[in-house]
Design a protein around this ligand. Structure first.
Ligand code: PRP
Length: 180
């Protein structure tokens, strides 16, 4: 385990199991739909990679870059689009892939945007859900693991852009962000 991690919350095997079961469920639910996976960069990268390989359907993938944390440990509530989609989602069944839903500021903003752009359906698949962090009411359709209100990193999630490469999700030691 990395020296800056206090505790592993979701280990590698658990992540694999989540990807298999969520992928199977999405495969069943999106039969005869016009599925497109939309990954919200950068945190989604490991999860969309593993999840997509467990979805047995014909679908395409697109990416958007949005940010709300700006390097700190708390959401600013200010969602910025840094890079937009390169294709139309009009009439598509959009499944947004996220690493975590916390305040839900990001996901609620992007869902409203996608509906405005004419998506047929917009749903969320998230590896982690932190319901205690909510500032807006929102329940994601596909949730890998509900987690407590702790600052987590790894498997795509960062602190100050580091730790995204960890193969598990862990709680960051408070002294790492308290001494900055
Ligand atoms: C993180 C995460 C989600 C969002 C969730 O992204 O990837 O997109 O915050 O938080 P919320 O529910 O409070 O809005 P971040 O803005 O840190 O960008 P990143 O994916 O590039 O790390």
């Amino acid at each position: 385990m990395h020296k800056d991690i206090a505790q592993i919350l979701v280990n590698e095997q658990e992540i694999k199991d989540i990807c298999v079961s969520m992928g199977n469920q999405i495969t069943k639910d999106y039969q005869n739909k016009n599925l497109i996976l939309v990954g919200l960069l950068k945190g989604c990268v490991p999860f969309i990679s593993d999840l997509s390989r467990n979805i047995d359907l014909k679908f395409d993938m697109a990416y958007m870059s949005v940010a709300s944390y700006h390097g700190g440990i708390a959401s600013s509530g200010d969602v910025k689009i840094k890079m937009d989609l390169d294709i139309s989602i009009k009439g598509r069944d959009v499944l947004i892939v996220e690493d975590i839903v916390d305040t839900a500021n990001t996901i609620v903003t992007i869902m409203e945007l996608f509906k405005h752009r004419g998506a047929n359906t917009v749903k969320i698949a998230t590896l982690l859900d932190k319901p205690e962090g909510r500032l807006k009411p929102y329940q994601p359709e596909y949730v890998g693991r509900v987690i407590p209100k702790a600052f987590v990193v790894g498997y795509g999630l960062d602190y100050d852009e580091y730790y995204r490469n960890l193969p598990y999700v862990g709680i960051l030691k408070p002294e790492v962000y308290n001494t900055k």
